[in-house]
Design a protein around this ligand. Sequence first.
Ligand SMILES: Nc1ncnc2c1ncn2[C@@H]1O[C@H](COP(=O)(O)OP(=O)(O)OP(=O)(O)O)[C@@H](O)[C@H]1O
Ligand SMILES: [Mg+2]
Length: 383
Amino acid sequence: MSKPSILIVEDETIVANDIKDILETAEYNVSGVVFSGEQAIKHIEENVPDLVLMDIKLSGRVDGIDAAKRISNSCDIPIVYLTAYGDKETLTRVKDTSVFGYVLKPFNETELSAVIEVAFCRYKTYKMLKEENDKLEKIVFTKTRELSEMKEKVEHANCLSRVGTLVSTVAHELKNPVAVMKVALYGIKNDTKRIFFERDISTINTKVWEIEEIIKNLSNYSKARKSVFRNIAVMDFVKECVSQCEEQYCRDDVNVGIEQDSKSDKIIEADAVGMMELIFNILNNAYQSFGEREGEIRIRIDFDEGKNLITLIFSDNGEGIDNNSLSKVFEPFFTLKPKGIGLGLSVCKQIVKLHGGSIDIESEKGKGTKVSVNLPIRQSLSK
Ligand SMILES: Nc1ncnc2c1ncn2[C@@H]1O[C@H](COP(=O)(O)OP(=O)(O)OP(=O)(O)O)[C@@H](O)[C@H]1O
Ligand SMILES: [Mg+2]
C-alpha cells in the first residue's frame, strides 16, 4: 500500500522544513510544501493529497482557515491545523471547516504524529458514516417515493370504491321504495271497490318522500343545489319541520317536544332548503334509532347573547352510538344501518359550515344521542 501523502502549508521556512523531516521520518509522503493559502488551493487543484497540515496565520490575503474552507468546498480531504493561537475566536472559525485535528505550536515529533494518526482514523470513520448515510438517504428517498405512489393508488382505489359503494347503495335504496310503489299501484289498479285506496296512496306518498330525501342528500353532498339565503324565524321553522317529519313517520309511540324561551325566538339568515335538510336528517336519525321501540325526541332552542349564537339541541333516548363509531359519524358514507347511505350527518356538517356554524354529537350506547347545532346570527337581524 502506498504511503499517505500530506501537504504542508506553513509560511515559516524553518518550521516547514522541521515538519517535513518529522513526516518523512514517520514514513509519510510529503506531497508538497507551500507558504500561502493561495498556493495551497492551487496545489490541491493539481495534486490532491490524503491530508493537509495547515498553519492558520499565513502571509498573503487568504489565511489558513479561509484556504481550508475553499479546499473543503472542492474536495473531501481531512485538514489538521497547526497554530500558536488557541484563542476562542480562532477555534470558533476552525469549527466551521472540515477539521480533523488541531496541534498547538510548539509541538514535538510524537505529538504531531499522534494527531495525524488520529486524524486519519477519524477521517476513515467519517467516510464510512458518510457512505452509510448516503445509502440510507437513497433508501429513504426510494421508500418515500414508493410510499407516495402507494398512497396515490390507495386514494384512487378508495375513490373508486366510494363511487362503487355510492352507486350500489343508491340503486339499492331506490329499488326498495320503487318496488313498494309498484305493489301499491298494482293494488290501486285492481282494487275496483277502492277498499285499500287510501292506504295505497299513503304508501306511495311516503315512498316518494323517501326518494326525495335520497335525492336531496345526494344533491346537497355534491353541492349540485345553489343555496338561497333568506330570513327565517327559527322557532316557527323548527315547528314546521317537526310537523312534516311527524306526518311522515306517523308514530304515536314517538314523542317530539320543543323547548324554548322567549329570548331564543330569533330570526336568522339561512338557506331554508338546507336548514330543512339539516333538521330532517337529525330527526330521521333519531326516529331510526328507536327501531320498533317507543322513544322521545327533545329539541331545545337556546340563544347565547354573548356569542350571538342560536343553538339547536336534539336529544333522543334511542340506541345511542358506541365510542368507536362516534368519531366517524360525520365521515361521508359512514353508516351502521343496513339500508343507510351514510350521508345524512356529513351533509349536515356541510350545511352548518355554509352558515358559519358548527355541529357536535355526543352519545352513549344504549342511552341516547345529543346533536348540537350552533348557528351565528347577525345583529341586524335579531328580533
Ligand atoms: N340519533 C342517533 N342515534 C343513534 N345513532 C345515530 C344517530 N345519529 C347518527 N347515528 C349513527 O351515525 C351513522 C351516520 O349517520 P348518517 O345520518 O350520516 O348516515 P345514515 O343515517 O346511516 O344514512 P343516511 O342518513 O345517509 O340515510 C348512522 O348510521 C348511525 O349509526
Ligand atoms: Mg341519517
